[in-house]
Design a binder for this molecule. Sequence first.
Ligand code: BGC
Length: 342
Amino acid sequence: MFARIFRFSSPLFLHSFRNISRSSRSSQGKHILLSSAFHQPSTKQAVFFTASACLLVSGSAIKMKTHIKARCAEYPGSSVRRLPVPDNKVSWDVELPDYTPVEYTSEVVLKRPVWADVPKEELQSNPIKFNGLDGIINRRSHLGDYRIVDSLPRNPVGRTGLTGRGLLGRWGPNHAADPIVTKWKKDKNGQRVMKNGKPVLQFIAVQRRDNGQWAIPGGMVNAGEVVTITIRREFAEESMNSLEATPEEKKAIEAAVDELFAGGVEVYRGYVDDPRNTDNAWMETVAMNFHDKDGTSVSKFNLHAGDDAVGVKWIDLSSDLELFASHVDFLQTTAQKHDASW
Ligand code: BGC
C-alpha cells in the first residue's frame, strides 16, 4: 500500500511511471482495509474506517495505559460497539463472570480472501497450528505462547470487549512491519534545529486513506516472508512506487533501498494497541529505524503521496504526535536512541 509516496529527484525517476493494473501486482496479504466503496479486486486486505476519538490517542495517554485503542467503543469500519471493559478488568487474570463480549467478523474477512483464515465454524475440519509455523504462515506471537480457549486464540494482553476477528484475517497474531525513516531537521543554513537543548529528528509519515490518520508507512508480512524483506518491500512499493516502475527503475530503487536500509536498527518487536484487535485476533509488528545521519541518502527522494496514501511529509518527532495505532511509542523509542528532542 501507499505506493507513489516518493519519487527520486534524479531524472530517472522524474518521468511518469507506467501504470500496472493492481490485479497484476504480486504482493499478497497487504493490509489496507477499505470499504466496499474503496474495494478493489486485489489481494490487498480492505476495509475503510473513519477517524474517531478512540483512534486519536496522544502519546502521553498511550504511555499511561495499554489496550486503549483495542477497546475503542465503536469497532472501525462498522457500527458494532464493543462491550465496555474497564481498565481493571482488561487482564484475563481478573475474574469477570458476566463477560459477554460482542462477536464480530467483517464481511470482507468472511468472504475468505487469500489473507484470511477459515471462519470459526470450519476450524474443526481445517485445524490451524497455533503457536507455531503453520505451513508457511507464522502463527507465533512475539510475546511467546498464547492460550487457546475453546479452540480459539486468546489475546495475550487482555479483554477487548469483542470476539471474532473484526477486520483481521488471521486468528491469533496478524504480523506487520514498519520502516521508520529519519533525518535531522535542519535550518536554512544547514544547522540542526534544536528544541529544549536537543536536536529535532524528523520521520517520513504517510496519511492513511482508510482512516485519515498519519502513520509510519508499514504493511503486513506476507505468508512465508521474513520481516526484513517485508520492510524493504513495503518501503520500495509504498514509498518509491516500485510497483509502477520499469525493470530498470525498479533495479535502481532496489539499489537505493539496499543502501539506505543497510544500517537498520530494530526499535520495537511486539504487540500493537491497534483499534482492529479483538479477543481472538490482534496486531503485532517489528519496527525498524533507518536513519539518514548526514542527510545524503533519504534526501535523494522527493515526497509524493499516492495510491493508498493521501498525504506524505516529514514530521518532527515530539510527544505531541497523534498517530495511528502504537506508532507514537515506536517514535519515542527512536528519539531516545538518537538522543533527540521529544
Ligand atoms: C500497519 C502498520 C501497523 C500495524 C499495527 C498495519 O496495518 O500497516 O503500520 O504498525 O498495522 O497497527
